[in-house]
Design a protein around this ligand. Structure first.
Ligand SMILES: NC(=O)c1ccc[n+]([C@@H]2O[C@H](COP(=O)([O-])OP(=O)(O)OC[C@H]3O[C@@H](n4cnc5c(N)ncnc54)[C@H](OP(=O)(O)O)[C@@H]3O)[C@@H](O)[C@H]2O)c1
Length: 225
């Protein structure tokens, strides 16, 4: 852990054509059983799991460790963190069920108040700012954050350059179409200078798919004009 931020790991599952979900963002179960276990190991080893409000609205994930898929005894489990500038996380979402400590990272503009099952963390003026969030989390002693999605949050994290590793499970399936979201959404990339370079580390077969691991190359990359 550096002084200003926890370790930041990005992990997700995609189709061969780089899609995170089906048309219009409908949840896709892309991980096979072996990858589900790998993800549970990653979650169990992390201080926090982070997704954006878009993923909560689309998938209503529990963001818990499924200890039954692991051989180790249940531990405390990671904190759940939602990037939700305006407080759009619906009442009744699984992340608000009180089963795990949960932080909703909001902006100063957010007027929503959440139930006691979640704590609000103001981490930006207009929108959640990653640098501010990371330093707040580091101040709370969180050592590692697993960023699981969706495409807008992953794009922000990759563009910021503040990450330590990206792992992607590539499922042996093609989704295609115009509206299935890809691994990175966010601003358009008009040229090579505004694309985010990564450093390839390894490719490992896993079940019916393959896990690709990348590291960062250098600092932040602004989208093009
Ligand atoms: N295959 C996988 O592994 C996987 C994993 C997770 C999700 N998914 C899929 O991903 C899709 C959802 O992706 P998504 O892009 O719509 O949602 P998302 O990335 O989960 O959330 C995006 C929202 O996060 C909020 N946010 C706050 N601060 C942000 C920041 N600094 N940078 C970026 N976003 C910030 C924004 O809303 P505010 O401006 O209101 O704050 C933004 O609209 C779903 O289809 C889901 O099924 C797939």
């Amino acid at each position: 852990m550096t002084a200003s931020r926890p370790k930041v790991f990005v992990n997700c599952a995609i189709s061969l054509d780089g899609r995170l979900a089906y048309a219009g963002g409908r949840r896709a179960m892309l991980s096979g059983p072996e990858d589900l276990r790998r993800v549970q190991r990653l979650r169990a080893a992390s201080s926090a799991i982070l997704v954006g409000a878009g993923t909560v609205l689309a998938d209503d994930p529990s963001l818990r460790v499924h200890w039954d898929l692991l051989s180790e005894p249940p531990g405390p489990g990671p904190v759940r963190i939602i990037l939700d500038s305006m407080g759009r996380t619906p009442e009744g979402s699984r992340v608000l069920d009180g089963s795990q400590p949960t932080l909703i990272a909001v902006s100063e503009r957010c007027e929503r108040r959440f139930p006691a099952t979640a704590e609000m963390l103001v981490a930006g003026r207009e929108r959640v700012e990653l640098d501010r969030l990371w330093s707040l989390l580091a101040g709370r002693g969180l050592r590692s954050v697993l960023v699981e999605g969706g495409g807008n949050v992953i794009a922000s994290v990759l563009r910021s350059g503040s990450f330590d590793r990206v792992t992607v499970y590539v499922a042996p399936v093609v989704i295609g179409g115009r509206t299935a979201p890809s691994l990175a959404l966010g601003p358009e990339t008009p040229d090579q200078a505004s694309a985010v370079p990564l450093r390839f580390e390894r490719a490992e077969p896993l079940g019916a798919g393959v896990v690709l691991t990348y590291g960062p190359v250098h600092g932040s990359v602004e989208p093009g004009p």
